[in-house]
Design a protein around this ligand. Structure first.
Ligand SMILES: Nc1ncnc2[nH]cnc12
Length: 593
């Protein structure tokens, strides 16, 4: 990390030979190093802490004094595993969560990289330098659904060049963890390269047994946030993984997994917490890292221990403990003033020595970022006529009475294969007598392929919807009525990415997501929230039975969660790693720009 305040200046301020810029007087300072609460002052010079103790000698005429009597003074919270694209973007996420006390966010780069490549992504990081708080990145080594040409895009030279950037602190989760288990040379060598640079490698080992975890750790992975039982937490801690307790909108698991601590005797030194990319509605209701703290304490964790997990533990895992995660000299001045250790909602948020929020409101301007200038891909090069053709959407059926592997939703993101024999009408499966089925098609934005499927228990009154909000960011079209599906697809095409829902011929919802097909370009979190709530409402009214529509859409097309998936390769069976129905060539003329 780079600082404005140099060490000579800090030495002078600590001795009262130079005045502090800011002085937090008489607070109850939570010392996350020693696990104590100590009444003392904190002196800040430029962007760093210069002094913590009883002396007031650094107060000068121009020092801003904040009276912290009867208040707690704690380090800014750290989110070690964020996905800044759940309709919100890195700026609108910050607008919401920095006032809630999260001063450091470690972001995943997947969709930025998919649409910007290495150069565009690096340029975006330069633009983000004006964003208050610390924004550091983990870079993906592979996508979340294999596709033709993937290795050319995730090229070794590009990935290594990103790993060398100061704002990149390691490799991001490899959701296709069998690559690690099987020792894929590209993945292993890149993780090794990150280590040689002193950087970390985040993991994603959902459903991985203890024995298999051994291989993942041997492959160089440093952390995992995928434990969903207390036993899985113990497995990870015991194998030397930094173990991140997750409470997200998709998986609000904290009440279960925290039992590994509250009902056991393990050390929490290597335990962190994450919100893992919650949807906007969840953040609005439960907060961000502040919400993790509230809940952890409600569930029986002592407040200091909970605080350590989201400050010093996270900083140590990230290799940043000399910079962030605690209140001590020379650390970055990311400090919160809290009324209590129950709500964990800060009255004042200081980031880099500046008051950036008070009583939940931002006090600094947010940078205006022209996100789209960094995108190197056209939103669509397939022609509009192709997606406007209703014949593209029903499930093609060659033989009568053949068994179709239907993607059957058991929960918001978990599916199973249900084989059904459906009647055939004009070469397509006829679902008219099966109210709980919908057609689904995933269409390449460049018009080379299309994957077809039938979904069960998705939304039984849905005529047509289209969405680029999915882990491939290609055009996912779902519904019972092919004409409405085509209309929805055309609207998303015209918006350059987003979500559209059609009833019959009528448009009922349009959500423009021009930024990679996943995000708004708006810097207001309220926009993302409004879109999220409208989408969930609209889909629920049409029979969607689960709690997290954005994650249902996101993971339908990924290659890592149990059951069947609709991927660029076709209908994919995750456990056996087989494509059971292949994607088709989309024999069409594409338009060139
Ligand atoms: N693996 C993942 N990919 C994209 N978004 C996510 N949010 C949570 N996990 C995610």
């Amino acid at each position: 990390m780079k600082y404005e305040a140099n060490r000579y200046e800090l030495i002078q301020v600590a001795q009262g030979k130079q005045f502090a810029d800011m002085f937090l007087r008489n607070g109850l300072v939570v010392n996350v190093y020693s696990g104590e609460i100590l009444p003392c002052h904190v002196a800040i010079y430029k962007d760093r802490i210069a002094y913590v103790g009883a002396s007031e000698r650094s107060i000068g005429r121009y020092t801003k004094i904040i009276d912290c009597s009867n208040k707690y003074v704690v380090p800014g919270y750290i989110e070690p595993h964020a996905h800044p694209w759940v309709f919100y973007n890195p700026v609108s996420l910050t607008e919401k969560v920095l006032p809630l006390g999260t001063t450091t966010v470690i972001h995943d780069n997947l969709f930025f990289y998919l649409h910007m490549g290495a150069k565009g992504f690096a340029n975006m990081l330069t633009d983000l330098k004006g964003l208050p708080g610390n924004h550091l990145w983990l870079v993906r080594l592979v996508s979340q659904a294999r596709y033709p040409g993937e290795r050319d895009w995730f090229h070794e030279t590009d990935i290594r060049s990103l790993l060398e950037l100061d704002d990149v602190i390691g490799t991001a989760e490899v959701t296709r963890w069998p690559l690690l288990y099987q020792g894929d040379p590209f993945v292993i060598e890149t993780v090794e390269y990150a280590k040689s640079l002193g950087k970390v490698s985040d993991g994603h080992t959902s459903g991985c047994s203890y024995d298999r975890l051994n291989s993942i750790v041997a492959a160089g992975i440093s952390a995992c946030h995928e434990a969903i039982t207390a036993g899985e937490v113990l497995d990870r801690v015991r194998l030397g993984l930094w173990t991140t307790l997750r409470n997200s909108s998709l998986r609000p698991d904290l009440p279960e997994i925290i039992k590994s601590i509250t009902e056991g005797t393990i050390s929490t030194n290597r335990i962190l917490m994450t919100t893992d990319g919650p949807n906007p509605g969840f953040i609005e209701e439960y907060g961000f890292v502040d919400g993790l703290l509230r809940q952890a304490v409600e569930l029986g964790l002592p407040p200091i221990q909970a605080l350590q997990m989201v400050t010093i533990n996270a900083a140590t895992y990230l290799g940043l403990e000399q910079h962030i995660g605690g209140i001590a000299p020379a650390r970055r001045a990311d400090v919160l003033v809290l009324p209590d250790l129950v709500s964990f909602r800060p009255e004042t948020v200081i980031a880099g020595g500046q008051v950036v929020a008070e009583s939940g409101n931002f006090t600094q301007p947010l940078p205006k970022i022209d996100w789209l200038q960094h995108i190197v891909k056209q939103p669509f090069t397939v022609s509009k006529q192709v997606v406007a053709d209703a014949n593209l959407y029903p499930y093609p059926l060659r033989d009568e009475n053949s068994s179709i592997p239907v993607i059957d939703f058991l929960m918001a993101v978990i599916t199973k294969q249900t084989n059904l024999e459906l009647p055939c009408h004009n070469g397509y499966a006829d679902i008219s007598e099966y109210p709980d089925l919908v057609y689904a098609a995933l269409i390449d934005r460049d018009g080379k392929w299309v994957s077809h499927a039938i979904l069960k228990h998705f939304a039984n009154r849905l005529d047509g919807m289209a969405s680029t909000y999915n882990t491939t960011t290609h055009l996912l079209v779902i519904g019972r009525n092919p004409k409405a599906m085509a209309k929805a697809a055309v609207r998303v095409y015209e918006m350059g990415g987003g979500i559209a829902v059609i009833d019959g011929e009528a448009s009922v919802l349009e959500i423009p997501l021009p930024f990679t097909g996943m995000m708004t370009t708006d810097s207001s979190f309220a926009t993302a929230l409004q879109f999220h709530d409208a989408l969930l409402d609209t889909l629920r009214q049409r029979g969607y039975p689960f709690h997290d529509i954005l994650y249902t859409l996101l993971f339908l097309t990924c290659d890592c969660l149990p059951g069947l998936r609709l991927t660029p390769e076709g209908i994919y069976h995750v456990k056996s790693d087989t494509v059971i129905i292949s994607a088709r060539n989309l024999q069409v003329t594409t338009i060139s720009y």
